[in-house]
Ligand binder design. Structure first.
Ligand code: NAD
Length: 519
């Protein structure tokens, strides 16, 4: 019997001993930089002569690791390996499958700083954000290992019938394509993969080209735990080529994807096509972007609201799908809350994430991200008023740094108030009434997270009824969802309405079966 699920505690960096251990972990990552790492197909390490480099976004001349440029042939081999492993794995008792997740969680817990330190260098995450990413990955494994028991035999939900013995259970789907983003490169990768695998599926996994090293560390962890060959097949390479073939391969039964709206919508369309030799309709579990709003009511505690806004907008440089990118403030307190947010924003320190706890914002992930942010800053200057930040931060030999940026007096339909920027930019919108604030908040294509700061209970009740987002937070920030506590996922163009880290998430990776025996 397993103990009840508990969230993994975060590292206490006010303890100098923890700081010293983390610094040692960073040094250790540095000692193993720029090595060639493999793909893994059917338990076999695969290398190619054609490789690509993953680099440190804070210092892009630094190569973190090199990986094979996977091809469509590698996808075909990986799907075949996953098909071969499927029968034995899907018939392995659920508690044994869960055992692998628990072993991997225990090992990751023991080595947690190695994962976090690698994310500091490969993804440019500040220490605290990297530590939370690793803790979330451990949570996913611990949580799904406990959830699977509820699906193995659900016969007690059947209506009994005399003369028959009924069985109702959830069984695996088949081979899954798991495609993950760079922004939670350990947690999301581990979460989607372990949900699929504990449900009895075998998988082909492909991390973002920007963060393959930390993903490989996770795959290697499962290998060290003795996971049978072929259950997890790991490919690296260009999204359109490797990911594209994984989606379209007739042997793929389902796709679990987290990433941009553009790629997610493309996968949705491609997964709907039935290819020759394909004997099923593919299922797509898609988690996409957000344009998340925090509403500040006239009754709010403005200091709390300002702290929550700054944390939600600029944590990990706004590179979270849940990041606050719109503030909709009641006209009566608009100026006061804006002033508090601007003051707090100006106090944030941009710097090298490796430097430690004094850094609030590291780099954005690559040149494309930097260009996107700066082009939205130009757009924002044209359609609203720049009140903080707005410039790239130049540092010799350094990467893609940009100031945390605040725009005021944005119109609710301005581009900076409608389009996902995925960087440290937040737009303030003025609302005459609370009704108007809710209307503006709901008026986007997305529906991922949202928050309301209000002391007036009626306002909070109205938000519960009318603010249409997958994760609504009242009087707290809109980022930082915890596995099991805040099951996570959005509506509209934010995804296919599933909830990662929630009690029904594993159902997406399984199909229900009824067996009736005449007595
Ligand atoms: P992305 O869509 O560019 O890439 C995601 C993954 O898809 C990568 O592994 C990439 O290689 C792969 N890919 C790219 N083109 C492909 C194709 N044609 N076919 C198949 N796979 C392909 O996203 P990103 O930049 O890595 O991540 C940032 C985005 O992810 C943001 O939009 C963010 O909001 C979103 N996100 C959403 C959630 C959520 O839970 N809703 C969580 C994290 C990130």
């Amino acid at each position: 019997m397993l103990s009840p699920f508990k969230n993994e505690p975060l590292t206490d960096f006010s303890d100098s001993a923890n700081v010293a251990v983390f610094e040692a972990a960073l040094r250790h990552v540095r000692e193993s930089l720029d090595r060639l790492q493999p793909m893994l197909i059917g338990g076999r390490e695969v290398l190619t002569s054609d490789v690509f480099a993953s680099v440190n976004p804070a210092a892009p001349h630094e190569v973190v690791a090199r990986f094979p440029q996977g091809t469509t042939q590698h996808v075909d081999q990986a799907v075949e390996a996953a098909q071969c492993a499927f029968k034995a794995w899907s018939q392995t008792p659920a508690f044994e499958r869960a055992g692998y997740l628990l072993r991997a969680a225990a090992l990751m817990r023991r080595e947690r700083h190695a994962f976090s330190a690698a994310m500091v260098i490969e993804a440019g995450k500040p220490w605290v954000e990297a530590d939370a990413d690793t803790a979330e990955a451990i949570d996913f494994m611990e949580y799904y290992a406990r959830q699977i028991a509820a699906f193995e035999d659900a016969s007690d939900r059947l209506v009994p019938r005399a003369g028959e013995r009924g069985q109702f259970r959830y069984i695996a789907l088949g081979v899954g394509a798991i495609i993950s983003p760079w922004n939670f490169p350990v947690a999301i990768f581990t979460g989607m993969m372990s949900a699929a695998v504990v449900s009895g599926n075998t998988v082909v996994v492909k991390p973002s080209e920007l963060t393959p090293y930390v993903a490989w560390m996770v795959v290697d962890l499962f290998r060290r735990c003795g996971l049978p060959a072929g259950v997890i097949n790991f490919l690296t390479g260009p999204g359109a080529v490797v990911g594209g073939r994984m989606v379209e391969h007739p042997g793929t039964r389902f796709i679990a994807f987290t990433g941009s709206r553009h790629v997610g919508a493309d996968i949705y369309a491609k997964a709907a096509v039935v290819h020759p030799g394909q004997r099923w309709l593919k299922r797509s579990i898609l988690e996409m972007g957000g344009k998340d709003a925090i509403i500040v009511d006239a009754s709010a505690d403005l200091d709390e609201a300002a702290a929550g806004i700054v944390d939600s907008a600029f944590g990990f440089s706004g590179q979270k799908c849940s990041a606050c990118s719109r503030v909709i403030a009641h006209a009566d307190i608009y100026d006061a809350v804006l002033e508090r947010v601007v003051d707090r924003t100006r106090a944030l320190r941009v710097g090298m994430p490796e430097a430690g706890l004094d850094v609030d914002l590291g780099p954005v992930i690559d040149t494309r991200a930097l260009n996107k942010v700066t082009s939205y800053v130009s757009i924002g200057r044209g359609e609203s008023e720049l009140v903080a930040g707005g410039s790239a931060v130049e540092m010799p030999d350094r990467g893609y740094f940009v100031e945390p940026t605040v725009f005021a007096n944005a119109s609710p339909d301005a581009r900076i108030a409608q389009e996902e920027i995925f960087g440290p930019v937040v737009a303030f919108i003025r609302a005459g009434t609370f009704d108007e604030a809710i209307t503006y908040a709901n008026d986007t294509d997305y529906g991922l997270t949202g928050a309301v700061y209000a002391m007036d209970h009626q306002r909070l009740e109205q938000a519960r009824r009318e603010f249409h987002v997958g994760n609504l937070y009242l009087n707290r920030k809109c980022t930082g969802a915890l596995v099991g506590v805040h099951p996570f996922g959005g509506f509209g163009m934010s995804g296919t309405d599933s909830k990662a880290g929630g009690p029904d998430y594993l159902m997406h990776f399984m199909q229900p079966q009824t067996i009736t025996e005449r007595l």
